[in-house]
Design a binder for this molecule. Structure first.
Ligand SMILES: NC(=O)c1ccc[n+]([C@@H]2O[C@H](COP(=O)([O-])OP(=O)(O)OC[C@H]3O[C@@H](n4cnc5c(N)ncnc54)[C@H](O)[C@@H]3O)[C@@H](O)[C@H]2O)c1
Length: 422
């Protein structure tokens, strides 16, 4: 049983349920399990202190177990106030002896005090989903920067921020951008977020998607996933974009592409997936139909202007769990899901474990790579090495029972030549 008692979680009595659900996820995470077995034997992270700021879900628990199996001393805090699964947080502390600071629905002060607790761990490695720990280390805790050999970053928004820090010449330690691995964003952002976002909207509203006009803002990896899944449920999907290439792709994928001001007038359900701020504003809210549902699956709760929604409303009330009703002066009602925070984690359980298997295999192997290559890494944002990415794809296929062909020697030679074939 637990010896580590560094924690702030909702209720340790939730442990048995958390353990059952962590084990359930583990069955869908065979690549991470294989890494965990090897880590147990080889102890590649022996003695390293890791502070991880990730969504505290069943899948993250299996990552934390893997890092611990590799010899690391891990402290976990939440990367979003609404995404914590309280039973998982309890199980991490009580059953797996991993320090955890996370409570679903925590207020802003508690959220940041939990990040402080993770930073107090004096990490040598950091793991972020949205760059919050790195943000604290680069502001209030600069004296700790020198102790850190590297950090990893899980999501698009975090990578954008870290690249900006690098461009300013202010990045304090090397970063491995896990989000940039193909075995991460091609699958996690598209299929994982795609499915779980629809799941979150349905769980929160119990709405029928068939026949609805479903507006997806942003046609990046996440937007593509949400759009294709919404179409699969029978919705008429409308995409808004600012990038002509992405807009063209959406149009050729068969979606209607409109500017937000026009989409606002006809949409039944809206979902932002841009990583940008002010995507749905007062101007749009004023045009929306009675009953429109507003949700976000981008990293921060800045995509829907919640301040504008509040100031336009003459009345607000809690409509049902994770749904707030805003009545406008003209009587129209708009519904905000999961406080405008990422809906797949706020109102559902986040990505299915099968897809997080690859994302977190990248995290575990990136941590090992950082330790092995600490001496040669500079204060830059690095991609996950291609060998790691390909190895994860190979392992994942093997666990799915899928065989593929190999290039013959003749084919390999042909594909590498310039003078054959005319
Ligand atoms: N909910 C989750 O679990 C989850 C998972 C992965 C990523 N994310 C987050 O989702 C967001 C999107 O990630 P991504 O990987 O798809 O990024 P991406 O960069 O591939 O795509 C974002 C798209 O949004 C478009 N865009 C930007 N501003 C816009 C605006 N004002 N209106 C319309 N379109 C606009 C961009 O042109 C781009 O095509 C990020 O914040 C990321 O961190 C969330």
């Amino acid at each position: 049983m637990a010896t580590t008692k560094r924690y702030d979680v909702k209720d340790l009595a939730l442990t048995p349920e958390g353990v059952r659900r962590i084990q359930w996820a583990d069955r869908q995470m065979p690549v991470l399990a294989a890494i965990r077995e090897r880590f147990e034997r080889e102890q590649p992270l022996s003695g390293y202190r890791i502070s991880a700021c990730l969504h505290v879900t069943t899948e993250t628990a299996n990552l934390a177990r893997t890092l611990k199996a590799g010899g690391a001393d891990v402290v976990l805090c939440a990367s979003n106030p609404l995404s914590t699964q309280d039973d998982v947080a309890a199980a991490l502390v009580e059953e797996y002896d991993i320090a955890c600071f996370a409570i679903k629905g925590e207020d802003n002060d508690t959220y940041y005090s939990h990040i402080e607790a993770a930073v107090d761990h004096k990490p040598q490695l950091t793991m972020d989903d949205g760059a919050d720990v790195i943000g604290v280390l680069h502001s209030a805790r600069r004296e700790q920067l020198g102790d850190i050999i590297a950090g990893t970053e899980e999501t698009t928004t975090g990578v954008i921020r870290l690249k900006a820090l690098e461009a300013d010449g202010k990045l304090g330690f090397p970063i491995i951008a896990v989000n940039e691995a193909k075995t991460k964003h091609l699958f996690d952002n598209r299929y994982g977020t795609g499915q779980s976002t629809i799941d979150g909207i349905i769980r929160a509203t119990n709405d029928l998607l068939a026949g609805k006009r479903f507006v997806v803002c942003g046609y990046g990896w996440v937007g593509r996933g949400v759009a294709s899944r919404a179409r699969g449920m029978g919705a008429h999907v409308i995409v808004t974009e600012v990038d002509p290439m992405r807009a063209l792709e959406a149009a050729m994928d068969g979606f209607e592409v409109l500017p937000m001001a026009r989409a606002a007038e006809i949409g039944d359900i809206f979902c932002t997936a841009t990583g940008d701020k002010g995507v749905i504003t007062a101007e749009h809210m004023e045009r929306m139909k009675d009953g429109a549902i507003l949700s976000n699956t981008g990293h921060f709760d800045v995509e829907i202007d919640k301040g504008a929604l509040r100031s336009l409303a003459t009345e607000t009330r809690h409509a049902r769990e994770f749904v707030e009703e805003f009545t406008m002066a003209d009587g129209r009602r708009l519904y905000l899901v999961a406080e405008g925070r990422l809906v797949n984690l706020g109102a559902a359980e986040g990505h299915p474990a099968l897809v997080m298997d690859m994302s977190f295999a990248n995290q575990a192997l990136a941590a090992e790579y950082a330790v092995q290559n600490a001496a040669s890494l500079e204060r830059k944002v690095y991609p996950v090495p291609d060998e790691i990415d390909r190895e994860i794809a190979r392992l994942k296929l093997a666990t799915m029972g899928i065989d593929i062909d190999q290039l013959t020697e003749e084919q390999a030679k042909y594909l590498a030549s310039w003078d054959e074939g005319t």
